[in-house]
Ligand binder design. Structure first.
Ligand SMILES: [Zn+2]
Length: 509
């Protein structure tokens, strides 16, 4: 039985198998708009897609993964002009930042990552095709719109009734979406081509309808069908993209190719909440990877925290959850060390190869893997994993069993994308590293009095050391309320602070 996940179109949990046997599993995921750093809500979706890809790979399915870069829209144009740089220079800077964040979060790079700007002729061709087939019209200003009434199946993905069809101004997450504010015939219609406006500056391209630029939705239809064909296996994105973006992608692609069933499977990930509310800049809860690194979190802990909930349920992200993720990784690491020692292996032997052979052994973790394969149920999988860990480390298991368990655990962590020993492997090569750093179990003294060496200081994030310093100063100034609050904050971030004669000691919780 293949891996199953929910499909928004059929509203069922269906197996994932290549539409054409013997060909790679073709998946298209909507990528970032590169006008600033991606936030953790964006990354939750990208990480879940990455877990799905790894799970398929682990199941012996070859995957072809395409994810686009949106490098032209109102925001990219406006922000590049505010900075006084070209659109290309501006979007390249943020594309590089996106790639760096993805690498830190251990996301496998897509096999193809097309940019909208580099595929404008392809988009113009698709719009021409839609005009010829009677699915689009030009307005007097030189913009082109998709005629929603020309496609009776419109609404089939988001399951909207024609009479209750919302306008293009509100997306499926209930957010206002005001990208298409030109003179369309009908409120349901959406822009395929936007006529050049003075505020676009130098950012316009030629077309049969005059100078301008493509609407946002057309890039995904043009690039997905170009690289994966008129029908492919899976299309993914955040739930907010279901309507109107994905609905419009279906309309554009199916009307221009004449084929039905753009994607066999529509994989949508639920929204991320922060501290129980929607993320927003005004609330100050819109976190990026750098924001959380500055608070002392590791990218691995963030990745764990973002995948720990079910992809179909809203995940409530909190700093407490992030510190729980750090503890959970430490717990798995501790058990893995025991198993490695029993098998006579080193942490370096633990990481499974990037290119996997067919996996046959899951040991005591078979049930955990079965949970993952059933609707990508990561919470159940983690429940099974933590239930199995004490049994795996019980005395009396044979060497063969221990080796099978290690293989199973390594495979599960590969699918989750958590590299258990990467940091410690680096530290192990450092002759100056203090004993016990690798296990994370021994105290790490980070601020000594009287010149006591700050052993293994590099193992403690800068932001944590700063917090500990601030707490030390508060205590010296007898501001005990602040000192206590800072100690609590450190604990929330996964660090226990203890005072000693040598200075304060920070211990990972
Ligand atoms: Zn898209």
């Amino acid at each position: 039985m293949a891996i199953c996940v929910h499909d928004t179109l059929s509203r069922t949990v269906k197996p994932l198998a290549p539409r054409e046997p013997g060909t790679p599993y073709r998946m298209y995921c909507c990528g970032p708009t590169v006008y600033g750093p991606a936030h953790i809500g964006n990354f939750r979706t990208f990480i879940l897609q990455d877990v799905l890809r790894r799970a398929l790979q682990m199941d012996g399915v070859e995957v072809l993964h395409v994810r686009n870069i949106t490098d032209v829209d109102d925001k990219t144009i406006r922000r590049s002009q505010e900075e006084g740089v070209s659109l290309g220079e501006f979007t390249q800077k943020w594309t590089r930042k996106f790639h760096a964040d993805c690498a830190a979060l251990n996301l496998l790079p897509p096999h193809i990552e097309p940019s909208a700007v580099e595929h404008i002729p392809l988009q113009v061709d698709m719009i021409k095709n839609l005009m010829e087939r009677g699915h689009a019209y030009r307005t007097p200003d030189g913009s082109v719109y998709f005629k929603v009434r020309s496609f009776p199946e419109y609404g089939k993905l988001s399951h909207l009734e024609p009479e209750s069809l919302r306008t293009q101004d509100t997306n499926s997450a209930g957010d206002l979406h005001t990208a298409d504010e030109y003179g369309r015939e009908h409120a349901h219609d959406f822009a395929l081509w936007k006529a050049r406006k003075p505020e676009d500056g130098r950012n316009f391209w030629p077309s049969p309808w005059g100078e301008g630029r493509p609407g946002w939705h057309i890039e995904c239809s043009a690039m997905s069908t170009h690289y994966l064909g008129g029908t492919f296996d899976l299309h993914g994105g955040g739930v907010d993209l279901c309507f109107p973006h994905h609905e419009n992608e279906i309309a554009q692609a199916e009307c221009s190719t004449g084929e039905r069933g753009l994607a066999a499977h529509w994989f949508h990930c639920a929204h991320l909440m922060v501290d129980g509310v929607k993320m927003s800049k005004s609330l100050g809860n819109l976190y990026t990877l750098d924001d959380l690194r500055a608070k002392g979190a590791s990218p691995a802990a963030l990745r764990y925290a973002l995948v720990a909930g079910h992809y179909r349920s809203q995940l409530n992200f909190t700093l407490k959850g992030l510190s729980d993720a750090t503890s959970a990784i430490a717990k798995i690491q501790k058990a893995a060390r025991k198993l490695l020692a029993r098998a006579g292996l080193e942490p370096a032997d633990f990481a499974p190869p990037e290119v996997l052979e067919t996996v046959t052994t899951w040991g005591i973790f078979q049930k955990a893997w079965d949970c993952l394969r059933n609707d990508l149920n990561i919470p159940s999988m983690l429940g099974q994993l933590f239930a199995a860990l004490p049994r795996a480390t019980m005395p009396g298991r044979t060497l063969e069993e221990v080796r099978a368990d290690l293989s199973g655990l390594g495979n599960l962590l590969y699918v989750l994308g958590i590299k258990l020993f990467e940091e410690s492997a680096k530290n192990a090569k450092d002759p100056d590293a203090a004993d016990g750093v690798n296990g994370g179990a021994n105290p790490v003294i980070v601020a000594g009095n009287d010149g006591v060496a700050a052993a293994a200081q590099t193992d403690v994030p800068e932001a944590i050391r700063e917090l500990a310093e601030r707490r030390k100063k508060a205590k010296e100034a007898r501001d005990y309320a602040t000192a206590d609050a800072l100690r609590a904050q450190l604990e929330g971030l996964g660090w226990k602070l203890t005072d000693s004669k040598a200075g304060h000691i920070l211990t990972p919780l």
